[in-house]
Structures are given as structure tokens and as C-alpha cells.
Design a protein around this ligand. Structure first.
Ligand SMILES: NC(=O)c1ccc[n+]([C@@H]2O[C@H](COP(=O)([O-])OP(=O)(O)OC[C@H]3O[C@@H](n4cnc5c(N)ncnc54)[C@H](OP(=O)(O)O)[C@@H]3O)[C@@H](O)[C@H]2O)c1
Length: 337
């Protein structure tokens, strides 16, 4: 049954990484609605400033990737917030580098896996006994559009794919405890500090993600595909290759050299505002089973100077998907500021 009061006043909500970006916007909504909010972060100044802007909010200095910090956090919650009923695993980490040429890739990947995946498992395990005791509770794991289609943040994408898989399994494992709902928030590119190296200024506002999230929480939408994530997901169901092409269109990752330190020198246009038109064509005589894309043809790419200071790039990709049941002609139009 939908949890209509999920965003209301009767909650105690823990948000990891709640001092900025998406986490902070979610904290704002819950605190404005009268819920008790606990936010964590690694930077004390940032934590204090965030808490000062929110009502009913407690800040706890805590790094999700540090086991001792997590133990202290859990002890504090048991003592001071035994009524905790919503856990939002939001803190995340990403590094932009070239898988083919960077150094220390193992270390980067291990770091991302720890923060984005293993830390979530650890915190959920430790907090589950508290959540089990509540009448209505939720675990929310923040993954990404790259959970099902990898983007240029290669090992970050893999960590979010792992989180997606784990989230599905956790939801399944908790079938016998219907008082605990498991949600996955899957944002597209969002304009936060986190995403600036990958063109984040073209992304949607974190407040939009927070509003969509609260709406989904109240309506039992367990996989929350915000904005362009839904478009890419729909395409992925039709053709994983086409979804990969759409998400990575225009990314010049082959020119990236060195490790993450060079990230801010890379320009990565992303089809965040891409529009997708699909036309089904009659399949009458196509009766054989051929489950592959027969051709992807980049027909036309041009740059148009529309007016001073504004430049758009139009790219069209046509392809036929020759499935016996539903052959299609797809046209993607990517429009990029
Ligand atoms: N922005 C995007 O385009 C985008 C898209 C899809 C998914 N996401 C996901 O959304 C989540 C939030 O991202 P965001 O864009 O809102 O990032 P953000 O604006 O950079 O904020 C990140 C927050 O997490 C905290 N944090 C970072 N590492 C932490 C750690 N190890 N332990 C505790 N807190 C930590 C940061 O504070 P301190 O640095 O002070 O610790 C900050 O409060 C991440 O999981 C990210 O993967 C983002």
C-alpha cells in the first residue's frame, strides 16, 4: 500500500552525504515537512553550514567508507534516534579517467567500490535491526543512470551497476518484512559539484531530483528513474547498444590521457537533452529471428551558430533493429548547448 505520509512529519531520516547536492535538497524537503533529519559528511565546516540552513536537523561528521566512523554513527543513532525509519545512502564518489591509459586503476576502482557499493551494504546491515522495529521504514540507495548503461566514468558506472543489483536483491530478501521498503533513486546528469568534470552544468537541478524522489516515495515507485534516466532506460529495454550510444554520444574519451588529476581538462558533451523519436515500420515479410542491430549509421552531424553565444549541435543516428517481432527505425536527435 502506498505510504502517503512518507514525506511527512513523522519520520526520522538519515542522509549520508547530506551537506550538498542531491542529499542536501532531499534534507531540505524532509526538514521543511517537519521530519527529524540526520545528515553526514566529511567536512566539518560544510556540515555546520548545512545544518544551520535546515530545521530539525542534526549533523554527524562521518565518512561512509571508514568503518570506525560508521560504528560511531550507528552507536549515536541507537542512542539518540532509535525511531530512525528512513535511511538514504546518498554519499558517492567518482573519478574520471581513461581505462586504457590511466595508472592506479585498481586503486581508483577499489575506492569507488568501497564508497558507492560496499559502504552501503555495511551501513544497511548495521541499521536493519533498527528499521525492522519500525511500523513503516525505507532504505533508499542512490545509484545513477549509469547503473544500467555505463558512461565515461567507467569504474564508477560498474560500482553503481553493483549497487543496482544489490538493491534488487535486498528488496527481494525483505519480502517477508513489508514494513521495510527498498527504493533506488537513479538520477541522470545533475548539476552539482560532483558532476562538474563531466559537464554537470548541463544537468538538471538537484532540487528536481529531490522533488521526484519524494513523490516516488509516497507512491511506492521503487525504481525512481528521474528525467532523462527514464528515456535512456526505455531505449535500453529495446536495444542496450542504442542506449549505450545515446548515453555516450559525443564523448571524446579516446583523447583522455593520464589519471583522474587531468579530469578537469576534458570536455565531454553529453546528450543530456536528447530527444528520442521512434517509428515502428511494418514487419510483414521479416519472419526470421535476428536479434541484433543491423546498422548504426551516423548520417549527419553539424554545428549551427544560432545566435551569439549560443551554439547547438544536432546529431542524427538512424538504425534498424531487425527483430522478427518488432523491427523499428529509430531516430535520435541530440541537441546540445
Ligand atoms: N551529480 C550527478 O550528476 C549524479 C548523477 C547520478 C547519480 N549521482 C549520485 O548522487 C549522489 C549524490 O551526488 P551529488 O551530485 O549530490 O554530489 P555532491 O553535490 O558532490 O555532494 C556529495 C555529498 O556527499 C558527501 N560525501 C562525499 N563523500 C562522502 C563520504 N565518503 N562519506 C560521507 N559523505 C560523503 C559530500 O560532503 P563531504 O565532501 O564534505 O564529505 C556531500 O555532502 C552520489 O551517490 C552520486 O553518485 C549524482
Amino acid at each position: 500500500m502506498p505510504w502517503a505520509q512518507a514525506g511527512g512529519a513523522n519520520n526520522t531520516v538519515l542522509i549520508s552525504g547530506g551537506t550538498a547536492g542531491i542529499g542536501f535538497e532531499i534534507a531540505k524537503l524532509f526538514s521543511a515537512n517537519g521530519s527529524k533529519v540526520i545528515i553526514t559528511g566529511r567536512d566539518k565546516d560544510r556540515l555546520d553550514k548545512a545544518v544551520a540552513q535546515l530545521k530539525n536537523t542534526t549533523g554527524i561528521l562521518s565518512d561512509v567508507s571508514n568503518a570506525a566512523d560508521v560504528d560511531k554513527l550507528v552507536t549515536t543513532i541507537k542512542q539518540d534516534f532509535p525511531e530512525l525509519n528512513i535511511v538514504i545512502n546518498n554519499a558517492g564518489r567518482a573519478q574520471l579517467y581513461n581505462l586504457a591509459t590511466a595508472e592506479n586503476i585498481f586503486d581508483i576502482a577499489a575506492d569507488e567500490m568501497l564508497t558507492n557499493y560496499l559502504a552501503v551494504i555495511r551501513l544497511n546491515e548495521k541499521l536493519l535491526p533498527i528499521l525492522s522495529a519500525q511500523k513503516e521504514a525505507a532504505i533508499v540507495n542512490v545509484s545513477s543512470v549509469v547503473a544500467f548503461v555505463p558512461g565515461s566514468l567507467a569504474t564508477y558506472s560498474a560500482s553503481k551497476a553493483a549497487l543496482h543489483s544489490y538493491t534488487q536483491s535486498l528488496r527481494f530478501a525483505l519480502t517477508d518484512q513489508p514494513n521495510i521498503k527498498v527504493f533506488e533513486l537513479m538520477p541522470p546528469l545533475v548539476n552539482t559539484e560532483f558532476s562538474q568534470a563531466i559537464g554537470g552544468s548541463n544537468g538538471i537541478a538537484p532540487s528536481v531530483v529531490a522533488a521526484d524522489f519524494l513523490d516516488a516515495l509516497e507512491n511506492d515507485v521503487y525504481e525512481i528513474r528521474v528525467g532523462n534516466t527514464q528515456t535512456i532506460y526505455d531505449l535500453y529495454l529495446k536495444s542496450p547498444a542504442a542506449a549505450f550510444a545515446a548515453l555516450n554520444k559525443g564523448r571524446e574519451i579516446n583523447t583522455i590521457k593520464g589519471n583522474a588529476a587531468s579530469a578537469n581538462t576534458i570536455s565531454i558533451p553529453i546528450c543530456t537533452q536528447s530527444l528520442l523519436f521512434r517509428f515502428s515500420v511494418s514487419s510483414g515479410y521479416l519472419s526470421y529471428e535476428l536479434s541484433m542491430i543491423s546498422s548504426i549509421i551516423n548520417l549527419f552531424t553539424s554545428k549551427l551558430q544560432l545566435n551569439k553565444g549560443f551554439q547547438s549541435r544536432f546529431g542524427l543516428i538512424f538504425f534498424f533493429k531487425t527483430l522478427s517481432d518488432s523491427p523499428e527505425l529509430c531516430i535520435f536527435v541530440g541537441i546540445k548547448n
